[in-house]
Ligand binder design. Structure first.
Ligand code: ZN
Length: 418
């Protein structure tokens, strides 16, 4: 079979054809495409871009948020580390990655920026159709020989091994847990090898208190653990300004940014550093809301993340959009959708997938939860109210997931992702 005629599976007029090479062969002239959504009537489905989740920790998918303390950020970190150490076999972490990946695929997510703190994610993700970047997490006071060796081995093994579907990146954890020396080495390594780098920045008031005064719950936690942390830079500076002096490359993904001041938003825009918002994780902790509309006005690229199951009841981008909408009355519905789709792909430096002739056929088929008819123009408003659900996901022309009630979309006949 030469590709798949997606709407043909519904015995209706064909709006979208997937060519045998995994790219979009044809968006039919009669389809209400607008380059963004394609009407596949007479089914109730429309085709829209797949989600890109720019920040997730798939290896934590077996540690449910409900099992961890909610008495504060530092208590949560302590509980998470204990749970991870207790559950930690390599095979267990691989199973967690697969479980999280399956949850993302069911909800229309094709691309990830995954933080790998255990070394399990790369091998596991190679067995899934997901695209994106696996960021190896760096943490602590010094770049010891073990970290340097792991980095060199990762570079040798991973660069180019999966073509451009999965790439390797580096994630120094956060300014309160990771020294200036480690950050500077991570940024230099990212520049040298041309890989992406990301970090949690300006997430919580606890982080601010620790960085400014070495006080608060995080200071108490590090004392209890008897570990040394040496955050670098000027204590009067904001968390992002401290990192800025250590040389982050263009494309540095700033995750959370709940407490970013205006000057830092300008630095993000000027330096090409995307801001990744994790709505439900922020809500779960009760952290302040990030200045997203202001960021967009200043030219910052916005992307969406789920963070991990350890601070989120599920890994469902539809729920993230609905939560974002509930807390943000300023940004337009389409701006939220853009962050969850092409914003994430751009932040992860993946090729665009905008439902245009010749682009990768990476998209999802969605239908209204209430069974109503849906025009191709009105779906963003319905989507951000939680009114849509994914019924099929294509990644690079291949069916990555489809709901049981759909007729077979013929993915088995298509080539595997390159
Ligand atoms: Zn995170």
């Amino acid at each position: 079979m030469a590709g798949a005629c997606v709407a043909g599976a519904f015995r209706g007029p064909c709006g979208l054809a997937v060519a045998a090479d995994g790219r979009i062969g044809r968006v039919a002239a009669h389809a209400a495409g607008h380059g963004r959504a394609i009407d596949l009537r007479p089914s109730r489905c429309i085709a829209i871009p797949a989600f890109a989740n720019a920040h997730v920790h798939l290896d934590l998918s077996s540690i449910p948020a409900e099992s961890l303390p909610r008495s504060g950020f530092a208590d949560w970190i302590e509980g998470l580390v204990a749970a991870r150490n207790a559950s930690g076999s390599a095979a267990g972490f691989e199973r967690a990655v697969i479980r999280g990946a399956e949850e993302l695929l069911r909800h229309g997510c094709a691309a990830i920026g995954d933080i790998d703190s255990t070394g399990a994610a790369w091998a596991a993700l190679r067995r899934t159709p997901l695209e994106g970047v696996v960021f190896r997490e760096w943490l602590g006071a010094t770049v010891g020989p073990a970290l340097a060796a792991a980095n060199a081995a990762a570079l040798a093994e991973r660069s180019g091994a999966e073509g451009d579907r999965l790439r390797w990146g580096i994630s120094p954890h956060a300014p309160y847990s990771t020294s200036a020396e480690v950050y500077a080495t991570a940024f230099a390594s990212a520049r040298q090898h041309g890989v992406l780098v990301t970090s949690h920045v300006a997430e919580s008031r606890e982080e601010e208190a620790y960085l400014r005064e070495r006080a608060g719950p995080l200071a108490e936690l590090f004392r209890r653990w008897n570990v040394e942390r040496r955050p670098g830079g000027d204590d009067a500076l904001s968390p992002l300004s401290r990192l800025a002096s250590l040389g982050p490359p263009r494309g540095f993904l700033v995750v959370h940014g709940n407490l970013l001041p205006a000057a830092d938003l300008d630095a993000c825009a000027r330096n090409g550093w995307p801001l990744v918002h994790c709505p439900r994780s922020r809500e779960w902790f009760g952290h302040p809301s990030p200045p997203l509309a202001e960021a967009a006005r200043r030219g910052v690229l916005l992307a969406l993340g789920t963070d991990s199951r350890a601070s989120n009841p599920s890994l469902d981008p539809w729920q993230e959009l609905a939560t974002w909408r509930r807390h943000d009355r300023e940004l337009a519905d389409r701006a939220l959708i853009a962050a969850a789709t092409r914003g994430g792909r751009a932040a992860l430096q993946l090729p665009p997938a905008e439902l245009r002739d010749g682009e990768w056929a990476t998209f999802q088929l969605v239908e209204p939860v209430d069974g109503a008819d849906l025009g191709a123009d009105e779906w963003p408003a319905v989507a951000v109210r939680g009114g849509l659900r994914t019924v099929a996901l294509f990644i690079r022309g291949r069916v990555a997931w489809q709901a049981a009630h759909l007729p077979s979309l013929g993915g088995a006949d298509l080539p595997p992702p390159g």
